[in-house]
Design a protein around this ligand. Structure first.
Ligand code: ADP
Ligand code: ADP
Ligand code: MG
Length: 445
């Protein structure tokens, strides 16, 4: 097992990785920007190193600085968390060249799945149903028109390097296609330095259902059930739960089987997530694969009584999966609410100092966070400040538990999305599980 791990991230996920290391008896090194000197991950790690100024390209995305920090502190491995360098194949390669284990899949797997258009091709070849659309990138506008007519409007133009809900444009007809195509390309170039786009059928009222997978370095792969992530705003998840109210036992077996088969075909190891769109008749289509730990991993941990971050570390250290598919059990229902430092109505970021704080506790409540009373939420990074996760026997009881938890949560000094979550939890359609990715539209003015 590793003796020391560097965590190349910040915020709640950096703390989450530190907790896993503590339980495994592994020493930790935190890296931080100048804006994060007073962060909890810095305080809780055994060692901490400042890697640069606040803007992430100069710190959390600065590969030479992070590798230097790893060499100075003599770590065996680096955990990248999510976002930042977690899906950067080049970074994974640099780690390998420096004899530092990258806790994640191989650089090759990251690269294969990182290009979303190529990933669809690979999955299609592995027998996975994919969202109807273009076979590869669209290089010219005339090609976009031809493809859109073949697929049928409405269509979605998507950046092949996209992520975090960015780089997508809908076109409802031929008139909208020209500008959608041009803006999607231009935006993709600015945001991802890659103007490559592809086209998909815009599925009318889909659910976002994803399957968690875990593979070791010896070809064993298991799935850990699904997560329902349909409550989204601007293609970004707000609430996630497991199991999905729309997935039957048979459908879970089928989606799981497809996901496991696909991972075996591409030789995937470590934790990963296969994201599907599911339409109203229960057909599901591969959308993309995330080759890292996800924000919403705790809901799976609660229903499977497992520790996905510890599993990532063990697998990277060369251990075999400890459980077979048949030994894995699913217990009860879990829900996660992402609490952001944002105005709950306009969603504009609300950084600043927290002047009063009460975090919820009690039966079945877990809070993954890096905030504390007096903490200053910096304006430079993602606005996620806490994840409140609940677990109970049934979905109905989990909803009641989440409401109770959020009603007890106090964060003063900044605005948060807690009021928005309470509104959703009280919504009859949410309560009956009648949700799609368009659910949030009527909450937005
Ligand atoms: P999930 O929430 O399912 O784990 P997200 O797509 O929301 O996945 O990404 C998690 C984090 O990574 C977010 O902070 C998001 O902003 C960031 N992220 C993911 N992909 C990219 C990307 N290509 N460019 C910039 N940020 C990204
Ligand atoms: P990202 O890399 O940003 O996570 P995804 O490809 O996973 O991008 O898509 C993000 C979200 O956008 C999905 O969860 C879904 O709500 C929506 N979406 C993506 N593709 C389609 C599609 N073809 N039809 C309808 N909605 C889609
Ligand atoms: Mg996605």
């Amino acid at each position: 097992m590793f003796k020391k791990i560097l965590i190349a991230n910040r915020g709640e996920i950096a703390c989450r990785v530190i907790w896993a290391c503590r339980e495994l008896g592994i020493k930790t090194v935190a890296v931080h920007s100048e804006a994060d000197r007073d962060s909890l991950h810095v305080r809780f790690a055994d060692e901490a190193i400042c890697i640069g100024p606040a803007p992430s390209p100069k710190s959390y995305l600065n590969i030479p600085q992070i590798i230097s920090a790893a060499e100075i502190t003599n770590v065996d491995a680096i955990h990248p968390g999510y976002g930042f360098l977690s899906e950067n194949a080049h970074f994974a390669e640099v780690c390998r060249e420096c004899n530092i284990t990258f806790i994640g899949p191989s650089p090759n797997a990251i690269r294969m799945m990182g290009d979303k258009s190529e990933a669809k091709r690979t999955m299609k070849a592995a027998g996975v149903p994919v969202t109807p659309g273009s076979d590869g990138l669209i290089e010219y506008e005339e090609e976009a028109v031809k493809e859109a007519e073949r697929i049928g409007y409405p269509v979605l133009i998507k950046a092949t390097a996209g992520g975090g809900g960015r780089g997508m444009r809908i076109a409802n007809n031929r008139q909208e296609l020209t500008s959608a195509y041009q803006t999607a390309r231009a935006e993709a170039e600015v945001a991802f330095k890659n103007s490559g786009v592809y086209i998909e059928k815009y599925i009318a009222n889909p659910r976002h259902i994803e399957v968690q997978v875990l593979g070791d370095n010896y070809g064993n792969v298991i799935h850990m059930g699904e997560r329902e992530c349909s409550v989204q705003r601007r293609h970004q998840k707000l609430i996630e739960e497991s199991p999905s109210p729309a997935v039957s036992y048979e459908l879970r077996q089928e989606m799981g089987r497809v996901a496991v088969e696909a991972c075996k075909r591409i030789g995937y190891s470590n934790a990963g997530t296969i994201e599907f769109l599911m339409d109203e008749d229960g057909s599901f289509y591969f959308m993309e694969m995330n080759t890292r730990i996800q924000v919403e991993h705790p809901v799976t941990e609660l229903v499977t009584v497992s520790d996905l971050v510890a599993a990532q570390i063990r697998i990277a250290a060369g251990e075999k999966l400890t459980e077979s598919q048949d030994e894995l059990m699913f217990v009860g229902h879990a829900i996660e609410c992402r609490i952001n430092a944002e105005d709950p109505v306009t969603f504009t970021p609300s950084p600043g100092r927290i002047t009063s704080l009460n975090l919820p506790t009690g039966p079945g409540v877990r809070v993954d966070t890096a905030i504390y009373n007096g903490y200053f939420v910096p304006p430079h990074y993602d606005s996620l400040i806490a994840k409140v996760i609940v677990h109970s026997r049934t979905r109905e009881r989990a909803i009641a538990r989440m409401r109770r938890a959020l009603e007890a949560m106090v964060v003063e000094g900044i605005k948060t999305t807690i009021p928005m979550h309470l509104k959703i939890l009280n919504d009859p359609d949410f309560q009956s599980g009648n949700i799609s990715t368009r659910f949030m539209e009527r909450f937005m003015s």
